[in-house]
Write a protein that binds this ligand. Structure first.
Ligand SMILES: Cc1ncc(COP(=O)(O)O)c(C=O)c1O
Length: 469
């Protein structure tokens, strides 16, 4: 494709993207295709034959678009979001055009320095102390794994990196409500998943720190080595917050690394009035949250902060001859701050987003989401046929349909309800289990969600529920 055709295509694509955002509410939020139906259509195309962009794009529209779930729809209330925004999309376009690989300062000085700068901005925006340094990771899963590896090396004076495991058994602690990425990280880091100790939670799904301390003492008595506590600031099911201050005190007392997983809820810390919910979050050894969830920054972009960057770098650094540069002593080479060597230019979209909204603009959007979530919670609580199943701390409401006098299986009823809601294509919600109960989750965090979307969603849920029995 020569540059002239490329330029024409760019204009067409730009129009398509703007039209997509304008018309996004016309698409079914959750893709309605059957499993393998996309693959079957793809297999009928001769993709190895050279094609022009018009043909390729027609296939994208006809075959792939129906198989897209529209995460940017204002009617997307499922999981945790992966919200985006125009400044972020524009930055991604530029970053992909530049195609920079940001492994070393020298391979893209502006990317490295913008990353340092935006991480400092974010750190200040969420109220972490200045002794934290930040780096952008792809996902929270990677950041948590990174923390467990740093914890391992810190505990063994970087001995496992050097000599490997020597028969000691390390223990990691999180609550029964913590995200599965912690289980995965424990497996990958080589601790063995039976050495992940799941601490029970209280009536609000937050870790019981008394039980945490008991577990650590028991492990020490049994000859295990307590290594790391992973606290949740906003669990996936219900956005519960563990007792962060207490957990940091316990971590200090027993010389255990303390990592906080704030994947979604970390964004809310840009609101000073919210920070009391996360009391003590600034005392941990490391902290991760995802601007790619709730801060209008395209997936992927995880902001990972550590109190001791030297330990992080020492855990990961390896410098073969071909990666040595003259500036190594003076700059941040982010390849040393995590698992990957090659790195995308992610700081650009974050900087575009922060500058385009401004701190006040971001705060006002997050406040609006919190307000809308409260409104949804209020409507649910005022309706006797629904039951709330967890406190609404941030933007997530956990509920179920429980019609008066119904003697059937409520889990099955709610499974039917969510099936019908999502099949309508009008909104998309997801589920979890809390205390063994099948629970529906409604998360308000999409960039363009307004009050009308939340009110329509409530009416739709009520209408579909009413038609079930
Ligand atoms: C609390 C929590 N931690 C971690 C993750 C994993 O996030 P990522 O996809 O960035 O690895 C999630 C995903 O929803 C989450 O809710």
């Amino acid at each position: 494709m020569n540059n002239e055709i490329f330029r024409k295509e760019l204009h067409k694509f730009a129009d398509w993207i703007a039209d997509y955002y304008e018309n996004i509410e016309q698409y079914p939020v959750k893709s309605q295709v059957e499993p393998k139906s996309i693959l079957k259509q793809l297999e009928k195309i001769d993709s190895m034959k050279q094609s022009d962009m018009a043909e390729i794009f027609a296939d994208f529209q006809n075959i792939l678009l129906p198989g897209i779930t529209h995460w940017q729809s204002p009617n997307f209330f499922a999981y945790f979001p992966a919200n985006a925004s125009p400044p972020s999309v524009l930055a991604e376009m530029v970053a992909s055009a530049i195609g920079a690989q940001c492994m070393l300062w020298e391979t893209s000085p502006a990317a490295a320095e913008l990353e340092e700068y935006t991480m400092n901005l974010l750190r200040d925006m969420i109220g972490l102390p200045k002794d934290f340094s930040g780096v952008i990771q792809d996902t929270a899963s990677t950041a948590t794994l990174t923390s467990l590896l740093v914890a391992r090396e810190r505990k063994t004076n970087f001995g496992i990196n050097d000599k490997g495991f020597d028969g000691k058994t390390f223990r990691v602690y999180c609550s029964t409500e913590a995200h599965s990425s912690i289980d995965k990280a424990v497996k990958i880091a080589g601790f063995g998943k039976q050495n992940l100790v799941k601490i029970e939670t209280d009536e609000n799904f937050a870790m019981r720190s008394g039980k945490l301390e008991e577990a650590i003492i028991k492990d020490i008595d049994s000859g295990y080595i307590p290594l790391a506590i992973v606290s949740s600031l906003g669990t996936t099911s219900s956005t519960a917050v563990d007792p962060l201050r207490k957990n940091s005190e316990i971590a200090k007392k027993y010389d255990v690394f303390h990592h906080i997983d704030a994947a979604l809820a970390g964004t809310a810390l840009i609101l000073p009035e919210i920070r009391h919910i996360a009391d003590g979050f600034d005392l941990a050894d490391s902290f991760v949250f995802n601007p790619h969830k709730w801060m209008f920054t395209n997936f992927d972009c995880s902001a990972y902060f550590v109190r001791n960057a030297d330990d992080l770098i020492k855990t990961f650094t390896i410098t073969p001859e071909y990666l040595k540069t003259k500036q190594d002593e003076k700059v941040n080479n982010y390849r040393d701050w995590g698992i990957q060597l090659g790195r995308r230019f992610r700081a650009l979209k974050l900087w575009f987003v922060i500058r385009s909204y401004g701190l006040e603009g971001l705060q006002s959007k997050i406040r609006q989401h919190l307000k809308l979530a409260k409104e949804f919670e209020r409507k649910m609580s005022e309706d006797p046929s629904f039951e709330l199943l967890a406190p609404v701390q941030f933007n997530t409401t956990c509920f179920r349909y429980k019609p008066n006098g119904y003697s059937g299986d409520l889990d099955k009823l709610n499974e039917q309800l969510i099936e019908k809601i999502n099949a309508s294509g009008k909104i998309y919600i997801s589920h979890t289990k809390l205390n063994g109960i099948y629970t529906l989750r409604f998360v308000v965090a999409q960039t363009n969600t307004e009050e009308r979307h939340v009110l329509q969603a409530f009416d739709l849920i009520k209408e579909i529920a009413g038609g079930l029995i």
